[in-house]
Ligand binder design. Structure first.
Ligand code: 8YV
Length: 308
């Protein structure tokens, strides 16, 4: 956003890469080799091989634009003497809102209804036309009870009277709201299941054929975290076999590629990674990233340092 660019330009000599596709290996190397500070986005894969290609990097900080940083190998960055920061907090509410949108869109068949209307196929109201699933009062299972998982849970509990259960790797001493920590099987067996874990090796395919089999046939699965947390092939099998009622996805295993079978399923809502796509939110994320850069340039510890 302009406001972010202006803030960065007020302090630094900025080169803006004005494309949305991820940086190529060559661009990643140039970023490390020729720039003091780098502000990467989703998909700019700063992995060990890239750091290995640039023995004495000029870059000393990667201030990621976003909370999720699974595209950056933080330990390899540290070994190369490079700080990594992210933007926690700024993304929480907007991302939780998208989870709720996916629950509502999928359960109430909103995308399907709009497609029908725009196709000129709506013939008028009918008492049993386009019946969906009632959302209020159902049970929500959250996978990953961090900031975003909790924000989804709050919306569902306080806004939609839902009972909330959650699965989390470590024990959550105080959920801060009426919510019960359960095992994976119980969380997956809820009416709506929302995944909100960080991406990366530790959660790769956490949702797979085995965990999807824990869902009930009327269950709706939602993912707003990272695509590779879900074994997409297993999800497609589960949907094709009718073992769950539907899915709402904002992220994909091989973004921006979306598997063809999902495209034709009316019980699946597909969004193009809109989690934080509001101007105010992207501005806050960007301003946080710039604040991290400025702190670093001033010799202070960046507020959101990931690899001290
Ligand atoms: C961002 C996100 O848009 O914050 C995150 O982790 O997934 C997104 O909403 C993305 O990271 C931009 O780089």
């Amino acid at each position: 956003p302009d406001r972010v660019l202006q803030a960065a330009r007020a302090r630094f000599d900025v080169t803006m890469r004005d494309r949305t596709d991820p940086m190529s290996a060559q661009e990643l190397r140039i970023a490390l080799r020729d720039y003091d500070l780098v502000l990467p986005t989703l998909g700019d894969r700063f992995q060990p091989d890239v750091f290995g290609d640039v023995p004495n990097p000029r870059a000393k900080i990667l201030a990621n634009f976003g909370v999720g940083y699974n595209h950056i190998d933080v330990d390899a960055a540290k070994a190369a003497g490079i700080a990594v920061t992210n933007t926690p907090g700024a993304v929480t509410d907007a991302t939780a809102d998208i989870a709720l949108s996916l629950i509502l869109m999928t359960a109430r068949r909103l995308g399907e209804g709009e497609r029908l209307l725009r196709a000129g196929q709506w013939e008028g109201w009918g008492p049993v036309q386009m019946l969906g699933t009632h959302v209020t009062g159902k049970r929500l299972g959250v996978i990953g009870f961090g900031r975003i998982g909790k924000a989804i849970a709050k919306r569902c509990h306080f806004g939609f009277d839902m009972e909330v259960v959650f699965y989390n790797r470590s024990k959550v001493e105080d959920p801060g709201m009426p919510a019960r920590q359960v095992d994976m099987a119980e969380a997956m067996a809820a009416d709506f299941v929302a995944v909100a874990v960080p991406g990366g090796a530790a959660t790769h395919h956490l949702i797979n054929a085995t965990t999807l089999a824990m869902m009930k046939p009327s269950g709706i699965f939602v993912n707003i975290s990272r695509g590779d947390v879900v074994d997409e092939a297993a999800l497609i099998d589960t949907l094709q076999a009718g073992r769950i009622a539907g899915a709402g996805l904002d992220v994909y295993e091989f973004e921006p590629k979306v598997p063809a079978p999902l495209m034709t399923m009316e019980n699946v809502t597909l969004l193009p990674h809109l989690g934080t796509a509001c101007l105010e939110v992207r501005e806050s994320m960007g301003m946080m990233a710039v604040a991290n850069l400025i702190a670093f340039a001033d010799g202070r510890t960046p507020p959101n340092l990931l690899n001290p």
